[in-house]
Design a protein around this ligand. Structure first.
Ligand code: GAP
Length: 458
């Protein structure tokens, strides 16, 4: 299996991901997405939106703000209980997640009777003390303390009169606080869902997991509202689990053998949830959560209604009955989908590294080259094809170095097809199309190229 170091190296080398503020030595748990990464992110968002919003008749989209009214986070319970247990290195004062420290220790000293997810903060402290677990720097650790993950910021210009706001810790609350607006301004009827993609922020203390766990993250969340007396929550829950699984295997091309469901234990489950499963992917550093699904009941709408005084009920148009809808929430991280598709696609062959990405995800669908550089008649012909293809596809141009190097460069960014214009093209108006995965080459007439690629991309 590919290592995380190999993925990190490819990402930097080929412009997928760079450390944020690289010239200043980076910023903890923060990454920027380069030209290739930006395209891959866009493709992931588009495929998710198409599958879960456009292709369904029971879903609508939303784009709410990162900064919401601060009461939102009091109502949701995040101000009170969105916490991580942290321990501090007694010498360096560096902070670590207590559960992560214990998990790392357990990989060296396996004990199947220990379930870290079920430990209270006091139990973690006792376990660390009893087993004399030390920090990665080799020093004693403090007792764990709770640490709130919400990012605070200030609104207002006058010093001393600024009010505290929070950068959203999940996109979900923007959906709950807009529930009344959405019902009143759209022809939606239960059961229906609202999906949204956007940035969330968490004051995460973590190291060495690349884009898996970052302080600024992108979520793709769905809140699916229903009347529990009419729709069976377990049936809806299963249907959504199936939709998530199928999306990952069929739309993103991930092998089912690299996926598994993991149910949260009673102690681990978030305060708002009656049942939670994680869809785990086998990342290079082990099985980890890719996508969560929770049955949040009517917790959020009830809490937001109570704290705001707004009426967040729904009136059944047939019976006239007024209810607070319940909700099932499939919540994915776009950055984790990104890391998963790179892990899945990374293939080391004898003479090349190739990203066997699903062509819908590839940053470029096609690359166009003149066989050799500095031959105006070839360059002009190839440039014409490039310009024409670019009208309907995302296309790369390369006329540097030799053709072998150009193929290798496109293989590493996952471009499915390379088109080469050679001297024969000037005679027969046909080009060579090379397939990324098989490296086989076909001769295709220029007049049929667009149809050829469109057919492949269906
Ligand atoms: N609204 C529910 C919610 O936020 P979550 O399990 O905390 O639930 C949902 O987050 C998804 O967001 C996760 O499955 C994961 O893919 C992603 N995610 C959460 N924290 C993250 C972080 N610090 N960095 C990157 N992705 C993260």
């Amino acid at each position: 299996m590919v290592t995380l170091e190999e993925i990190v190296s490819l990402c930097k080398r080929r412009g997928f991901v760079y450390p944020t503020s690289d010239i200043y030595g980076g910023l903890m748990s923060s990454y920027d997405y380069g030209p290739m990464g930006a395209e891959l992110l866009r493709n992931l968002r588009t495929i998710w939106w198409k599958a879960f919003i456009h292709d369904r008749s029971d879903m609508v989209g939303l784009d709410s703000q990162i900064l919401l009214h601060p009461q939102t986070w009091v109502a949701s319970g995040h101000v009170g209980s969105f916490n991580d247990p942290l321990v501090e290195d007694s010498k360096t004062n560096k902070r670590y997640r207590a559960d992560h420290v214990i998990e790392a220790w357990l990989t060296m000293h396996p004990d199947p009777t220990v379930v870290v997810e079920d430990m209270t903060i006091d139990q973690m402290g006792e376990y660390i003390a009893a087993h004399k677990i030390i920090s990665p720097e080799g020093n004693a650790l403090s007792k764990p303390k709770t640490f709130n993950l919400l990012f605070e910021t200030k609104l207002g210009v006058v010093e001393g009169e600024k009010s505290t706001l929070y950068l959203r810790g999940e996109t979900a609350q923007g959906i709950f606080t807009n529930f009344r607006n959405i019902v009143d301004s759209n022809r939606v009827q239960l059961p229906f869902g609202v999906g949204q993609i956007g940035k969330s922020f968490r004051n995460e203390i973590t190291t060495g997991q690349f884009i898996f766990r970052t302080i600024e993250l992108e979520q793709a969340e769905i809140e699916y509202f229903f009347d529990p007396e009419i729709s069976d929550w377990q049936e809806l829950f299963t249907a959504w689990k199936n939709a998530m699984w199928t999306f990952v295997t069929d739309s993103l091309g991930v092998s089912a053998s690299h996926l598994r469901w993991r149910r949260h234990t009673d102690k681990e489950r978030s305060h708002y949830s009656k049942d939670t499963y994680d869809l785990d992917y086998q990342f290079p550093f082990g099985w980890k959560e890719l996508w969560g699904i929770a049955y949040r009941t009517d917790y959020d709408l009830t809490q937001q209604a109570k704290h705001s005084g707004a009426d967040l009920s729904y009136v059944n148009p047939v019976t006239g009955k007024k209810i607070i809808p319940h909700v099932i929430e499939p919540a994915a991280g776009i950055n984790r989908l990104f890391l998963m598709v790179l892990t899945e696609a990374y293939t080391q062959e004898e003479k090349r590294i190739v990203l066997k990405l699903n062509s819908k995800l590839s940053p470029y669908k096609v690359a166009v080259f003149p066989l050799v550089a500095n031959k105006p008649e070839l360059t002009q012909k190839a440039r014409g094809i490039y310009t024409e293809l670019k009208k309907s596809l995302s296309v790369a141009w390369d006329d540097r170095g030799n053709i072998g190097k150009r193929y290798l460069a496109q293989d590493e960014i996952g471009t499915p097809w390379c088109v080469t214009v050679d001297y024969a093209t000037l005679e027969d108006d046909a080009v060579t199309v090379r397939d990324r995965d098989t490296t086989k080459q076909e001769r295709i007439p220029i007049s049929g190229l667009i149809a050829y690629f469109q057919q492949k991309l269906l």
